[in-house]
Design a protein around this ligand. Sequence first.
Ligand code: MN
Length: 273
Amino acid sequence: MSASSSGTAPRILLCNDDGIHAPGIHSLATALDGVGELFVVAPTTEQSAVGHAITVRDPVRAHSVAFEVPSGPVPAWGVTGTPADSVKLACHELLDPPPDLVVSGINQGPNTAVNVLYSGTVSAATEASILGVDALAISLCDWSEPQFEEAGRWSRRIVEWALEHGLPRGVLLNVNVPALPEDEIKGIALTRQARARWEEGFDRRTDPADRPYYWLSGTFVNLDDGQETDLSAIERGYVSVTPIQHDMTAYDAFDALTDGSWDESFGGTDFET
Ligand code: MN
């Protein structure tokens, strides 16, 4: 059932991994002003690339934060934890009832291909999906001087669509917007994650006590020439929307793993399905 079918304003939770004071989440809130009842629960500090980490050995605190959109103040909390912590805390403690939709972003920098696994932005949306709440992750493909307005307009269009139609169970949408002006964006494309990886190295340095330390560095390499990938869509000027899920079972592998050699080695168990 879509959130708007209840007849009341949909409750929309905003989160991110760049921190509650980052410009991207303010642009997102401004773009969504009037679409529903907005709430913001996001890490107090930047948590980019923390993936789906949660805090289990330390307390998590939430502090009320002033947060304004053009129509007025939005209830907002900064959380001393990760993006996934923020969504858990919002859904279980801070928002009653829980939100109808979670929107994570707008991230500064793309979250395409394998980067989905490292992304705190995507993980906030994934956590919502695990909790049974429809969710979107939105990223702008610009690291340096991001202009969030156009990504905000696309966010609003996609959010309005998601509120009206709902998402398939267990599926969230990972949205990447190319860093282009409005008239250069060609449209929107449903994509799959490209096969790509980082060719990594470490920059080894020495601290004042003469001990080595390391900075991770690397080059992102696209190994996929498919036209239907997230990387190809963005390169060609389309907003990329990849439906993703947290069930990481490799269903296609069952046939390969249950051929003769598997049965020879492990056969004879009475596991029933
Ligand atoms: Mn980030």
